[in-house]
Design a protein around this ligand. Structure first.
Ligand code: DHB
Ligand code: MG
Length: 629
């Protein structure tokens, strides 16, 4: 199996694209005609440049409006094809994609089209070239791979084959199992793309909203399983038309692309063991059984402030590192680490981002296997010097530059707190607030980066994504999407900010990059928690009385419950599974905060409440001199 990506999928001029594609690990490219036409270099130079990057040209495309033309357009189409064949020979491209005719002049008829392709095959064969036929979902007569295949079959020429593109097949909901009956050697090329489900014109959807396999909602895996069943073992190529990717970082988008292809091939191999794809060997997606710790990098003053806030939330300063300026704060099964070291990764993170989360530790079955899988998928391993008596804990770099450590029960790693920490008792223990575990971690990033994070988490860990929801900030929309596992032991919400004036966008700008913006702790009894918080001097985020008026109207809650919600600034939501209670800390710094939730079988995250939370936070953040509530 060879991997390839269409040059149209990423940003930059042709040489920037090639450098990024080669660095990400692809074997080849589809040269999109425009990328060649707009480049200032001869076909030979371009061909050489591609090969100098260690890449091959796996496809030249597209050749349009060919089959079924009446004369004189028919003769002209053949002349055009000969010109492209000249060009391909100079480039060193052996295969061209002909996409189905969209011209109003095109005449229908399977046999007419087959005759045209037979003749084209004769001409291509003379030059040692091959031609693949792809059905565009909006083709005038041919818009379904089954018809394209019938034309290829009837053309009956060894230089004419079929090109499948997952988008065209899946966008029209063509039954993918019809692919299984096509002989694998008659499929010349396979293009892959996913897309979010949006009800719109097919052409517009295809040209602007495609994304990497696994990033969208289409059943690309089912498509690939069917392709694998044919015995096809040639190139798997990404062809992604996406407005964001065109303007994004060629390097990052190429890395995402490679990750998505390897991840897809890995999933297909597990489902169809007979597949001919030679996918790199790797452990299966990793089951995460919980969040072992969250670590903040801070300076002493801010660590002290953060410690005070944690103390009011019922956390106890439970341990100190045996060698380092690192403190462990603990409540229930929650471990919060405050790192004030003046060297090492946490310190460099502090210098760039200020006080923020620099490291997340996940509980997994096998920490080494987790790193092994992440590496095959293109993640960077993370290592730093280990001091005497310290454990070497397997780790990788996350997407935004943060680190993720993996702790497993099968090794000493599970005892890291006993081995690397000693008891600390220099603060009076607070009243426990009954917080049991981390319910979810919310990470904020630029909207354009969301798919990168999503693919990172879903490809490495056994998780799924939930549909994207809009969170309304008075200054703009924030998109929110959840990555979670079935048991709920890992829940991460991704929040994509579109501008700097939203709370999320402000946080992002002040933090100099994506980061954890809030951590939600779980309680089994929100009202006892609220009472304990009050005794510890915790200051909740003050919610507008208008919220409670509306809540009452929406849910018709009993008066006593309404009163308790109002009194403790608790927000409420309900879904078909159950009820949800949330309360928030005030902002720490430029938009970081803590949340406390009680789930009574509820599955969501209180998205409808987010606008009330944000409005309240913005009131608290008014510039000095302005009244605060
Ligand atoms: O949008 C298009 O025109 C177009 C062109 C070539 C392709 O391979 C394709 O899938 C779409
Ligand atoms: Mg295509």
């Amino acid at each position: 199996m060879k991997t390839s990506i269409a040059t149209v999928s990423i940003s930059g001029d042709l040489s920037e694209k090639l450098a990024a594609i080669a660095a990400a690990g692809f074997d080849g490219i589809e040269i999109f005609e425009n990328d060649f036409l707009t480049f200032d270099g001869t076909p030979r130079e371009v061909g050489q440049m591609v090969r100098d990057h260690g890449l091959e040209i796996s496809l030249y495309q597209p050749f349009r409006d060919f089959e079924g033309m009446p004369e004189p357009q028919r003769a002209r189409a053949f002349d055009r094809a000969e010109r492209k064949f000249d060009l391909m020979q100079e480039l060193g491209a052996e295969l061209v994609l002909v996409c189905s005719n969209v011209s109003p002049l095109a005449l229908g008829g399977i046999d007419r089209a087959a005759d045209d392709f037979r003749e084209l095959g004769e001409r291509a064969a003379k030059r040692g070239l091959r031609v693949g036929f792809e059905a565009l979902a909006w083709g005038r007569h041919i818009n379904d791979h089954r018809d394209a295949w019938e034309i290829v079959r009837r053309a009956d020429h060894p230089s004419i084959g079929l090109i499948l593109d997952s988008f065209h097949t899946l966008a029209r909901k063509v039954d993918v199992d019809t692919i299984r009956a096509i002989p694998g050697d008659r499929i010349f090329f396979v293009q892959l793309a996913d897309a979010p489900l949006i009800d719109m014109d097919l052409l517009y959807w295809s040209r602007h909203f495609r994304n990497m396999p696994g990033e969208g909602d289409l059943p690309v895996i089912d498509f690939m399983r069917a392709v694998a069943a044919t015995g096809y073992d040639r190139v798997l190529s990404l062809e992604i038309f996406n407005d964001q990717f065109r303007g994004g970082s060629p390097k990052l988008i190429s890395v995402d692309g490679y990750r998505s292809l390897v991840y897809l091939a890995d999933q297909v191999r597990r489902l169809e063991p007979a597949t001919a794809f030679d996918v790199p060997d790797m452990p299966d997606r990793v089951a995460v059984s919980g969040i072992e710790f969250v670590e903040f990098a801070a300076d002493e003053r801010e660590a002290d402030e953060l410690g005070t806030l944690l103390h009011t939330m019922g956390f106890e300063r439970a341990g100190e590192h045996i060698h380092k300026d690192v403190a462990l704060w603990r409540q229930g099964g929650i471990n919060i680490v405050l790192n004030t070291e003046r060297e090492g990764f946490a310190h460099s993170s502090y210098l760039v981002h200020g006080t923020s989360v620099c490291d997340i530790g996940l509980k997994v079955d096998d920490a080494a296997a987790t790193v092994a899988r992440a590496r095959v998928l293109g993640a960077e391993p993370f290592e730093q010097a280990v001091g005497p008596g310290e454990l070497k804990i397997p780790a990788i770099r996350g997407v935004g530059g943060g680190v993720m450590h993996f702790i497993d029960a099968g090794s000493e790693l599970a005892r890291v707190w006993d081995i690397e920490f000693r008891a600390a008792t220099d603060r009076e223990a607070p009243i426990s607030c009954g917080l049991t575990r981390i319910d979810h971690i919310a990470q904020t990033m630029r909207y354009e980066e969301m798919l990168t994070w999503l693919l990172f988490y879903t490809s490495i860990f056994a998780t799924h994504k939930t549909p994207m929801v809009d969170v309304i900030d008075p200054a703009g929309l924030v998109r929110s999407q959840v990555i979670e596992n079935d048991s709920g032991s890992l829940r991460i919400t991704l929040n994509g900010a579109e501008n700097r004036r939203t709370l999320a966008g402000h946080f992002l700008a002040e933090n100099f990059g994506s980061a954890v913006q809030h951590i939600a702790f779980a309680t089994d009894d929100i009202f006892s928690t609220a009472a304990a918080l009050k005794q510890n001097g915790f200051l909740p985020l003050v919610i507008s009385p208008n919220y409670y008026e509306d809540l009452d109207a929406r849910f018709d809650l009993d008066d006593a419950l309404m009163e308790r919600l109002r009194a403790d600034h608790i927000l409420y939501d309900r879904d078909e599974h159950g009820e949800y209670f949330q309360l928030f800390s005030r902002n720490y710094g430029e938009g970081f905060f803590f949340e406390i939730v009680e789930r009574r079988s509820y599955k969501g995250y209180g998205a409808t409440n987010a606008q009330f939370r944000i409005a309240a936070q913005k009131r608290h953040m008014r510039p000095k001199g302005m009244p605060r509530i």
